[in-house]
Design a binder for this molecule. Sequence first.
Ligand code: C2E
Ligand code: MG
Ligand code: MG
Length: 567
Amino acid sequence: MPGTCAPQAAFAAVPEAFDGLEGGHALDALLNWLGEAVCVTDGQYRYLAANAAMAAIYGLHDPAEMLGKTAFDLYPDFRQSVFFEACAAVVREQAPQSRIGYSGVARGWVTIRVAPLGRDRYALVVQRIAHRTDATITLQQHDRLTALPNRWRLEDDIGRQADPNAGGGVLTLLDVRRFRSLLHAFGAGEGDRALVEIAARIQNNLRLPQQAYRYGDDRFAIWAPDGQESLRASLACVRNALAAPFVLDGVPVHIQFCIGRACHEPTSTVHKTIIQAECALAAAKAGPQHDVEFHPGLAGPGLDPVLTTHLRAAIDDHRLDVHFQPIVDALDGRTVYAEALVRWNHSQHGLLLPGAFLPLAEDAGWMTAIDRFVLDRAVTFAAQAARGGTPFGVAVNLSADSVDDPGTVDAVHVVLRTRGLPPSRLLLEITESSMIRQPERSRDVVAALRGLGVSTAIDDFGSGQAGFTYVASYPSQVVKIDRSLVAPLPDSHTHRVMVNNIIRMVHGLGSLVVAEGVETPGQRNALQAMQCDMLQGWLVGKPMAPGAFMNWLRAHGGTGDIASPVR
Ligand code: C2E
Ligand code: MG
Ligand code: MG
């Protein structure tokens, strides 16, 4: 296993441990006593070693009768069996595999574990599951792909094993960062292979009684009933093992993880501990640290699991709202276009702004669904307004997930065609941070959208680390200067110099500039003097519900196309 800690002996014994026993008999006795069927085969499924329990599966009394024969010789239906499924997967993948299933030849439910030993040798261990009810429970409590126990089993184990003397145990959650990008790049088969390998690297670096679990799609859990101290050492080994590259489709890939941890207080409930570990994980995903331990300050309303359930229902039932904020010409104040901003009118909490629920959606992987919904609402609204004699251009935000999603450009094309809005009336905003995160992909999306005749904007420019080279390498029609640079105007000399230079640079590249978050006449005057093209902010108009926005538009003059593509 690449990247595991220093190799440990698989079996240790003092020289006199087997005194008086003939060579090999001690191992025989041990293997038979274990009760699990054990054998070694080659890649042709030929038996090279077996114990009595393995022979018993075939109805044989002497394992020697198996040697030299293949599984096909002993079991004509081998190809249709769960054994074959597990063995073939190991030969193909050259990585450990596990299967749970009903075996005809063993006449019962079995757990099969197979691992490559190297040089065309494979070890196979079969464990009978005694009762059908045990089998059902085992199936219900294990993940089929990795054979790790699943989340239901985790909940049981925490409840049963939490040891008050060891401080109650520690729950650790590990999340594979950007697993969906990996799936897009390598396909589902390689993605599954990666998950099996991750599972093995985690489990192989734990010490009893610690146990790994498949917690969700690309999430794993470690439950350490023996407390913080012993977990710390194991976690260092797990981290080490996971840092080694994973070979996917022949390519070495470094996979990153976020980790969240919570202590299970003896007086607490399992449910609460799980929520606390999830809070810590969410903080690890959102913040600069990739390993976060839960503390009470982390629990915010945004991580409320009830709110998450409501949000999914609101997305599914199309119960989110879209408000529109005008973006106006800096000199004459005429509306150039409007930005569509998602809102959620919650039955108990009232109107929620994106900051209260988008982090939840990001965490759950629902951003693409939200973006598509907003896109459809915004385009439909703009098309209706145009038919009613008040045309306006509309901007929609694309999340990093949407930029990543291979269906996004097609979705834009389809929505424009079906709703009847000319592409020149749509602008898509991609934040500076998602551009930095996936530069190549963003460039492709910007180019493809441009091919459709749709404009793009770099959103929140100046909020992160994106330098001028970024702007220069994205052929966007619009660059939006982040509110954090606009707020200190006009007093801050530094900010005047920065904003002025950004405007010069963007103009030099042939694009237009929007200043975000303009709240005061002083800011507007400074921006006008610097020849900023457009303004967005409360001074001009707050985001408005569609009806209020139409009234505003009629009073301030409608718009047509967004910005003529100059780059
Ligand atoms: P953004 O795209 O930069 O949108 C501008 C944000 O600035 C909006 O916040 C807007 O209400 C706020 N704003 C505008 N003028 C002013 C001002 O003068 N002062 C202040 N303090 N704020 C102002 P909002 O609606 O809360 O949205 C926050 C962010 O959430 C947006 O930032 C955008 O990144 C994201 N977002 C909103 N709707 C969507 C959506 O449909 N999809 C995606 N992917 N993201 C969205
Ligand atoms: Mg925006
Ligand atoms: Mg912005």
